[in-house]
Design a protein around this ligand. Structure first.
Ligand code: RAM
Length: 560
């Protein structure tokens, strides 16, 4: 009986959902502007070009640069609750030579410190102290980007992402002496080495350790930068290390995890790359992979896996879809590569179809409820206003692309649509008493909404200044959780003309990570909440994360 009632409820629910989506679709701005022909023309081009896009991605495959780096010391990790980040500090425990050429027995362990964060392959050499070693040597390695990973145990991990992302390994070595290169790539500064088992009577030892680094960033091409002070130098250095270690055969989001290409991360990495390493081919390859793995409906990939051959990842984020055109526009402006921009133009236009479906005929974005709206990892954030603004931002980028590619006539509907969406934002989402944008049915106030509305140019410059000043005073506002959203706050402060404020904000937020010992910038950071994790497990967070690398972009583009 209960089962039957439940299935009736389910059917009613499905009918309701279908009705609502039909309602939204038939009342969408996309239908009001009769854009179907434009989008189906793009679809034909996408279908014709998709295969060649993956070929072009392959042709733009970068070479990886290597360097051999040796550890700088042996450290111990000590509990330092309440003082050090995540309660662990490292203390120098000796020179690397202190663990070389001496006998080791089961249970012995030490931690190598490479002095900085690297992405690459770890190698070590073993020797026999008592010749010959008559049993395999069984070793455990744990790789850590931050001290907590070599301090805390992985055994209690129960986060929402697979345990297999945690970087540990058990290796058996049959023949000693031998140099062993671990096949898997790791992202780390620290390596904990523990002897699990070895010959009962014959001792072995270590003679050498190194990492063979991997990156498609070329240090010789790095543009010079003169910092104004020590803090700027540090912010630039840590940003560059973050970017460098994420630059592999695509722009990865994190070399520890997810080791894959995400559109939203790519956009920010590419911006930082244009003013630093200038690897245009890597952006081109990344764009072509996302394009070549677009789905049957012509939706660009939100994320893609590279190997064994590029495929679309399962997730689709509406705001990332909207950000394809701005990413392509940035690429065109930085590289002047019109050929690629022309080639990918149909895909940039086509993305508008997916996002405009959820804008009603009054020009207002309505959350369809069946899309992943990202913006930030703040779970309490209402996304309506930010999404609304990002769609405008996307429309404007398509319009600018059209100007640069001489295709204005193809998207002549955009100016009117932008002005309708701006009016809808002001009439529905602007609270003139507060001088702030609100979002959703509960009229939520957030840094995200103000920042994206300013970046989309919805406001007059006076209003932009007003809302960025007001949000600072509004203590109950929803705040950013990730450097990704903090980036957009800094960009919005810049856009509103608050250059000094923007730099101070950046110094304060990213500077705090440096003060807490960051070698690379972290995926998630809320001061005072060291264990915060979107995946319910701080050990699985990425501590060298793509979207966090942008202080170098701000420092190098802010000319004052
Ligand atoms: C995570 C990664 C990635 C981000 C997505 C939304 O899996 O951190 O960087 O783009 O979420």
């Amino acid at each position: 009986m209960i089962k039957k009632q439940n299935s009736i409820k389910l059917v009613v629910y499905i009918i309701c959902i279908l009705n609502v989506s039909c309602l939204v679709a038939s009342n969408s701005i996309k239908n009001a502007y009769e854009l179907d022909d434009i989008f189906s023309a793009q679809m034909e081009l996408i279908d014709q070009r998709r295969v060649s896009w993956l070929e072009k991605a392959e042709q733009a495959m970068p070479e990886l640069n290597h360097k051999i780096i040796k550890p700088v010391s042996i450290v111990s990790v000590e509990k330092d609750t309440g003082k050090s980040f995540q309660g662990w500090k490292t203390v120098k425990a000796g020179e690397v030579s202190s663990v070389c050429n001496k006998p080791f027995a089961p249970g012995d362990s030490f931690i190598l410190d490479f002095g900085d964060h690297y992405t690459g392959n770890f190698c070590f050499s073993l020797c026999s102290i008592d010749n010959p070693v008559d049993a395999p040597v069984r070793l455990e390695f744990i790789f850590g980007e931050v001290p907590a990973e070599v301090g805390d145990s992985f055994d209690t991990y129960c986060g929402s992402l697979s345990r297999s992302w945690l970087q540990d390994e058990i290796v058996n070595i049959d023949v000693v002496p031998q140099t062993v290169k671990l096949p898997r790539r790791y992202a780390f500064r620290y390596v904990k080495v523990r002897v699990v088992a070895s010959s009962v009577s014959r001792k072995f030892g270590f003679t050498d350790f190194e990492v063979e680094t991997l990156t498609s960033a070329n240090e010789d091409k790095l543009l010079p930068f003169t910092p104004k002070n020590e803090r700027q130098a540090e912010l630039d250095r840590v940003s560059l290390t973050t970017l460098r270690d994420c630059m592999q055969t695509v722009f990865e989001d994190g070399p520890k995890r997810d080791r894959r290409l995400w559109l939203g991360d790519l956009r920010l990495q590419a911006q930082a790359n244009y003013v630093t390493y200038q690897n245009y081919d890597l952006v081109k390859r990344s764009l072509y992979i996302l394009a070549g793995t677009s789905d049957k409906k012509g939706m660009v990939s939100t994320c893609a896996f590279e190997y064994p051959k590029p495929v679309r990842g399962g997730d689709s984020i509406l705001d990332y879809t909207a950000l394809f055109a701005p990413t392509l526009l940035d690429y065109l402006e930085a590289s002047n590569d019109k050929e690629t921009a022309n080639d990918l133009w149909p895909l940039a236009v086509k993305q508008l179809e997916f996002v405009l479906e959820h804008v009603n005929s009054d020009g207002l974005f309505i959350d369809p409820g069946n899309w992943w709206l990202f913006i930030d990892w703040n779970n309490d954030l209402d996304k309506q206003a930010s999404e609304h603004a990002i769609i405008i931002y996307s429309l404007k980028a398509v319009c600018r692309l059209a100007e640069l590619l001489d295709k204005k006539e193809q998207v002549s509907f955009i100016p009117a649509m932008v002005s309708s969406m701006k009016s809808a934002a002001i009439s529905n989402l602007w609270d003139s008493n507060l001088g702030l944008f609100v979002s959703g049915a509960n009229r939520q106030i957030s840094w995200a909404s103000q920042s994206w509305m300013v970046l989309a140019g919805v406001t007059s410059s006076e209003q932009a200044r007003m809302c960025m000043a007001n949000i600072e005073k509004y203590t109950d506002a929803q705040k950013p959780v990730t450097p990704y959203l903090h980036h957009h706050v800094v960009a919005a402060l810049m856009e509103a003309g608050y250059h000094e404020k923007a730099m101070a904000y950046m110094n304060n937020y990213w500077g705090k990570m440096i003060d807490l010992g960051a070698d690379t910038f972290w995926e998630v950071f809320v001061p005072g909440q060291d264990f915060l994790s979107p995946y319910n497990g701080y050990l699985i967070n990425s501590y060298c994360h793509a979207w966090s690398c942008t202080p170098t972009y701000f420092l190098r583009t802010y000319k004052n």
